[in-house]
Ligand binder design. Structure first.
Ligand code: HEC
Length: 122
């Protein structure tokens, strides 16, 4: 009985420690990001992140192909700004009011895991 109580306390401490770590750096969670992407973004940006989602053809401005050079050189902050604010005169509306900060980080982690950032040397 006593040992069980200790284990509960120990698990509690481990969970609290990992939560506070996540809160500090807010690293994106890949699995959560993938689920969010499939739910909200895939229909335009496509399963392969190539901008060829099922709804892409009917849009005047095509969704970004994340594999393109000009997208890969963008840092996380640039992606974040576009996700939060959207892009004027395109189907990419703002997501700030629909997603939490953590969800935006999760999505960026998913995109950048699938298509790594390209460092540009001047
Ligand atoms: C209704 C279609 C649609 C949906 C849904 C959509 N997007 Fe977009 N997205 C676009 C279009 C269109 C653009 C702008 C392309 C351009 O400006 O050339 C864009 C641009 C972007 C960019 C900018 C990329 C770059 O290299 O500049 C990011 C990042 C992005 N979308 C992420 C997302 C994420 C994350 C989601 C899901 C939460 C999402 N989009 C959902 C259509 C969509």
């Amino acid at each position: 009985m006593k040992a069980d109580g200790c284990m509960v306390l120990l698990y509690g401490l481990i969970i609290m420690a990992s939560l506070s770590f996540a809160g500090e750096a807010r690293p994106g969670n890949l699995k959560a990001g993938q689920a969010l992407y499939q739910q909200h973004c895939l229909r335009c940006h496509g399963a392969m992140l190539d901008g060829k989602g099922p709804d892409a053809a009917k849009l005047r401005v095509s969704p970004t192909d994340f594999h393109k050079y000009l997208s890969r050189v963008k840092g996380n902050l640039e992606l974040e700004v576009t996700i939060r604010r959207g892009r004027k005169s395109t189907a990419m509306h703002e997501w700030d009011s629909l997603l939490t900060d953590q969800q935006v980080s999760d999505l960026i982690a998913y995109i950048r895991n699938a298509v790594p950032h390209l460092e540009v040397k001047p």
